[in-house]
Design a protein around this ligand. Sequence first.
Ligand SMILES: NC(=O)c1ccc[n+]([C@@H]2O[C@H](COP(=O)([O-])OP(=O)(O)OC[C@H]3O[C@@H](n4cnc5c(N)ncnc54)[C@H](OP(=O)(O)O)[C@@H]3O)[C@@H](O)[C@H]2O)c1
Length: 227
Amino acid sequence: MTTNLDGAVVAVVGANGGLGAPIARLLAERGARLVLAARRTERLAALDIEGASIVALDVRDVGAGDALVAAAHDTFGRLDGVVNAAGVVAFGLLTDTDDVVLEELFLTNVLGPLWLMKRVVPALAATRGFFVNISAVVADMPMPGMVAYSASKAALTGADRALVRELRRVSVRLCDARPPHTETGLANRPLSGVSPALPHGLSPERVAARIVAAIEADETDVAADQF
Ligand SMILES: NC(=O)c1ccc[n+]([C@@H]2O[C@H](COP(=O)([O-])OP(=O)(O)OC[C@H]3O[C@@H](n4cnc5c(N)ncnc54)[C@H](OP(=O)(O)O)[C@@H]3O)[C@@H](O)[C@H]2O)c1
């Protein structure tokens, strides 16, 4: 099985981010028609992707998926795929991490994606579409000093592993991608704490290209060593 992106309507959540932006650009190069979503819409507009629909949403809102589907349907009449490239990180010992930061991590990285998937799956089932979650290497290799972030990504990947099979019943392809450290600057804007010294990461363009290749090849799982 393969997916042809030419003419497909694909929503990228977190499209102004270090990974979301190159993913959006590659999808546009493949001929996809895009819905670009995040909280800061001025940064979505600055991507200057021709014909893209821009929608302001916060994945911490239960109804974000409804807004995404409405934007896709209003502009293009369908929705063929969603890439969830939204996420936040925090560093530091668990004992030093504020409760509100723990809550934010799980709202953005776990509950938000679950609420989003719940609401977009019916639209994707209608087009036999796809959904990609960008989890992280720490889902498989949790790290001290990143307990809550690791736990949030492990929870997302756990959900994805079960959902791959659940969604197959409605002909929706789910892909869980777990990139290693990537030079997007994410590590420099944590909700709290300070990043440990990390080895130089992969380029965002390389990670984006691997994720788009996974969409085209209908892959359901891209582990860190596959980047
Ligand atoms: N960089 C890495 O080393 C790395 C490695 C493995 C996995 N990942 C994962 O890849 C994903 C993207 O990371 P990145 O490196 O591209 O980070 P980034 O450059 O900071 O981008 C994060 C994106 O998420 C959006 N976002 C954050 N909170 C949101 C919310 N509540 N609602 C809607 N959008 C929200 C941001 O847009 P707004 O702020 O405008 O909303 C932005 O577009 C994350 O899930 C991250 O955990 C990153």
